[in-house]
Design a protein around this ligand. Structure first.
Ligand code: AMP
Length: 181
């Protein structure tokens, strides 16, 4: 797990998160991680801290959620000696897909994954940049379970605590959020 000595490091990461008011729509404060990635120190540190809670765990696949789960997901996978699988918005993947839908504030959306991307019974960690309501991560969980695999962990850089998204996830899994906001 993240240790007390990591708290200063988390502070460094936190200082590289940029708040953009009213993006993409009025009333949303967008958490922009591009400054964190542009700095070589925090870029590397983020990957190291993302990996840490999963050291010693058997992880076969890291699933990254479109789009910002694609920034750190492949390195997290490589660090854990796991494969990387993208979960995408509709109509982006070229081969046979499976899909899962989820509710948005207004209406619904769905996520897709290649049907043959994950072996049955694989141990999967879901990675995204941020968890808000948890709806996206829950839909990804459904998708992975549909494929016959197990979600053993969740990995987020940022968590918007007041929305309590973590409470909607599989509670038996290891849930890691580096920066709680
Ligand atoms: P949710 O499904 O509500 O947990 O929302 C998480 C997804 O929406 C993630 O893929 C995030 O990248 C994105 N997201 C939600 N809220 C924000 C925010 N305030 N800033 C940046 N990305 C966000």
């Amino acid at each position: 797990m993240i240790e007390t000595t990591d708290i200063d490091l988390i502070g460094m990461l936190r200082s590289r998160i940029r708040n953009i008011p009213d993006f993409p729509v009025k009333g949303i404060q967008f958490k922009d991680i591009t400054p964190l990635m542009a700095d070589p120190v925090t870029l590397d540190l983020t990957s190291r801290l993302l990996r840490k809670p999963f050291n010693g765990q058997r992880v076969d696949i890291v699933v990254g959620l479109e789009a910002r789960g694609f920034y750190f997901g492949p390195r997290l996978a490589a660090d854990l000696l796991a494969g990387f699988v993208p979960v995408r918005k509709p109509n982006k993947l070229p081969s046979k897909i499976i899909s899962a839908s989820y509710e948005l504030e207004y209406g619904s959306d769905s996520l897709e994954m290649h049907a043959d991307a994950i072996p049955k019974n694989a141990n999967v960690v879901i990675h995204d940049d941020l968890i808000a309501t948890g709806g996206t991560a829950m839909a990804a969980t459904k998708l992975i379970e549909k494929a016959g695999a197990h979600v053993v962990g969740y990995s987020f850089i940022l968590g918007l605590e007041e929305l309590q998204g973590v409470g909607r996830l599989n509670q038996g899994a290891l849930i890691s959020t580096l920066i709680k906001l």
